[in-house]
Design a protein around this ligand. Structure first.
Ligand SMILES: Nc1ncnc2c1ncn2[C@@H]1O[C@H](COP(=O)(O)OP(=O)(O)OP(=O)(O)O)[C@@H](O)[C@H]1O
Length: 250
């Protein structure tokens, strides 16, 4: 559905030019769940921003099935809610003026239901826990009915319990809705727990595309999943900037 061909983005810092992303070829099948994993600074956010159309590539191209721009939903690491607007108004913000009121309210109600926040439409952001606020951010992206849902380390700031619930809920929403998802994380366990395909990024290059052919819902302690985690981790350590130091896989 989406194809990146030889995608690259170069930055100029002072006199020096350097590639944040280089020669990336990646296909995202319609309805697929792809995770992008790699260490800090390897270009994950850069790739997501290119997919979102928030940045223009310096090399290569992005192709979308049927041409045109796809409808994008984007979830950041922090919720980025408007503190002076209720939960419902935050979720509906991107649709104001684009839908009539009745339809807008229906879509917002539906989105809040999807993320398990039906009773919180009139709550204010400062009354929410971190996990709830991130659910609102997810609803705000889903309400747009995106062709492509992009998530940039969305659960990275949450405690382990809340993170696990949100991971499972996201998988349920994906299975119910069939939305095409690209999910960025630096956590290899999260990448293999969620993704059908794990794109391994190292120093701006795609160094592997690992398939995880396990059924959902998945169990993080399943030995088969742990074997996938190990394979991905080993590849990232082999290709990383300090690979000569021979880090050991725990
Ligand atoms: N606007 C910019 N100007 C110059 N360099 C940039 C800019 N944005 C990102 N970079 C550099 O590009 C590289 C890739 O950054 P990117 O944010 O994509 O990494 P990342 O994998 O998402 O990292 P993290 O997990 O820490 O968020 C980094 O070295 C970063 O410093």
């Amino acid at each position: 559905m989406f194809e990146a061909r030889n995608l690259g983005l170069r930055y100029t810092v002072g006199e020096r030019e350097f590639a944040a992303l280089e020669g990336v070829d990646l296909s995202l099948p319609r309805g697929g769940f792809t995770t992008i994993v790699g260490r800090s600074g390897c270009g994950k956010t850069t790739l997501l921003r290119l997919l979102a159309g928030l940045a223009e590539p310096s090399d290569g191209e992005l192709r979308f099935e049927g041409g045109g721009r796809p409808r994008i939903g984007y979830v950041f690491q922090e919720p980025r809610l408007m503190p002076w607007l209720s939960v419902a108004r935050n979720v509906g913000l991107g649709l104001v003026g684009r839908l009539d009121k009745g339809l807008l309210v229906r879509r917002v109600t539906e989105a809040l239901q999807l993320v398990g926040l039906s009773g919180f439409a009139e709550a204010m952001p400062d009354q929410l826990s971190g996990g709830m606020a991130q659910r609102v951010a997810l609803a705000r992206a889903l309400v747009l009915e995106p062709d492509l849902l992009l998530l940039d380390e969305p659960f990275g700031a949450l405690d382990a319990f809340t993170r696990r619930s949100l991971q499972m809920e996201l998988v349920e929403i994906w299975r119910a809705r069939g939305t095409t998802i690209v999910f960025v994380t630096h956590d290899v366990e999260e990448a293999v727990l969620l993704g059908q395909a794990v794109a391994e990024l190292s120093e701006g290059r795609l160094v592997g595309l690992h398939r995880v052919d396990l059924p959902y819902p998945r169990d993080a302690t399943d030995p088969a999943l742990l074997a996938h985690r190990r394979t991905v981790l080993e590849r990232l350590l082999e290709t990383g900037p300090n690979s000569h130091l021979k880090e050991t896989v725990p």
